[in-house]
Design a protein around this ligand. Structure first.
Ligand SMILES: [Zn+2]
Length: 387
């Protein structure tokens, strides 16, 4: 037999034999990892609406069966309150959501438990259960009161995202800062600095996703602890105010903080909005409503077109590569934003798909140690450093 034909034959045999072994290997590795997702909006999307996430839902991105399938060990549940609707009573709204989360946990206590410390996390995991953590997304919910901040901390909130997409009297948001040319009034007020110091003292992480650039630098100047950017990406790859510029990434690295990559196609892929518009036009033609935002247009697309509109998973990997190159392997984590986004990347359609991300990172050349850090260890480290 000709040697080259022999090697081709060998190769063609080798591929089908080695593939399943590798697939099993990454699945096993993923199961053994501590997977932490730093941001999920299922409270607002399903739990607070009375949906039972203890069973598999046909809507949304998240429920317990799919979290277990996805090998998620620690899930941060975001508490979110729209300021337009809850201008008054946002603190109560936050507490009502935590009540709803607690009821869900109580009902599923054989599978999930709330953690308030790093020690709790390891105790719960050793029982084979999933860990729930609470993150409060929006400083409006403390209603300018340090006492309310302490109450939310006591109930388990381990990070506070300072702002959502609008300004508070004590901190300004990225979405608004970018629309204002003058620096006047931007960043943290004195009360804002007091809140940061209190969070440091309590051991509550400061989350700077949604925060304005000025707010970002003011926090870094004030905080004595490493900060979290729970669900944002790289501005250099996708220029959006929700993503971090290179100078911010350099400052984050210096602070020892962590950035969790967001899975939203619109924060990953600069071609996403145009693709949505094109697909909407294709589907609706003259009957379409072209005053709708790309978000609303996406929601009206057929399932097949939605899939086509979603960013390829490679875009998420490019953001991870870029962030690692800028801040280092010890400072990148996962903050999916599932159930807070309408368009996840292709192949990562819901929380059950996390193993595919582990596989993709290994295939991209990240070592098992690197993947362990990105998928959870980095988040757990700064949680502990804030305690
Ligand atoms: Zn958010």
């Amino acid at each position: 037999m000709n040697k080259s034909i022999y090697s081709i034959l060998l190769l063609s045999f080798a591929i089908p034999i080695s593939r399943p072994a590798q697939a099993q290997d990454y699945r096993k590795f993923h199961q053994d990892l501590i997977v932490v997702d730093g941001h999920n909006d299922v409270i607002y999307e399903s739990i607070f609406k009375g949906k039972d996430i203890g069973r598999r839902l046909s809507t949304g991105h998240t429920d317990l069966p799919r979290l277990i399938e996805g090998g998620v060990d620690v899930q941060v549940f975001a508490v979110w309150s729209d300021d337009k609707k809850w201008k008054k009573g946002a603190f109560k709204h936050a507490n009502d959501q935590i009540d709803a989360l607690e009821r869900m946990i109580e009902k599923n206590s054989n599978r999930i438990e709330l953690a308030k410390t790093s020690a709790d996390i390891h105790r719960i995991l050793s029982k084979g259960k999933m860990v729930a953590l609470i993150g409060v997304e929006g400083g409006n919910m403390i209603e300018n009161s340090i006492a309310n901040l302490e109450k939310l901390y006591d109930r388990g909130a381990r990070y506070l995202t300072l702002t959502w997409n609008y300004n508070l009297s004590w901190a300004t948001a990225a979405a608004i800062e970018v629309k204002t040319a003058s620096d006047k009034g931007k960043g943290l007020s004195d009360h804002g600095r007091e809140i940061i110091r209190k969070m440091n003292e309590l051991g509550m992480m400061v989350d700077l996703s949604h925060g304005g650039e000025r707010t970002f630098y003011d926090v870094l100047e004030t905080s004595t602890k490493p900060i979290l950017v729970s669900h944002s990406n790289a501005y250099a790859l996708m220029p959006h105010s929700r993503n971090l510029k290179d100078e911010q990434l350099a400052a984050l690295k210096k602070n020892g903080g962590v950035i969790g990559v967001n899975f939203y196609s619109g924060f990953l892929d600069p071609t996403y909005n145009d693709r949505v518009k094109r697909l909407y036009r294709e589907q609706y033609g003259k009957k379409g409503d072209y005053t709708l935002s790309p978000t609303r247009q996406y929601e009206k697309l057929s399932q097949k077109r939605q899939h086509e509109a979603n960013a390829p998973m490679s875009k998420l990997l490019e953001h991870i590569d870029y962030l690692v190159s800028k801040v280092g392997i010890d400072h990148v984590a996962i903050g999916s934003d599932y159930d807070g986004i309408e368009s996840p990347p292709r192949e990562l359609e819901d929380v059950s798909k996390f193993p595919l991300l582990t596989e993709a990172l290994l295939n991209r050349g990240y070592s098992k140690e690197d993947v362990t850090k990105i998928m959870g260890a980095n988040f757990l480290r700064i949680l502990k450093e804030n305690e």
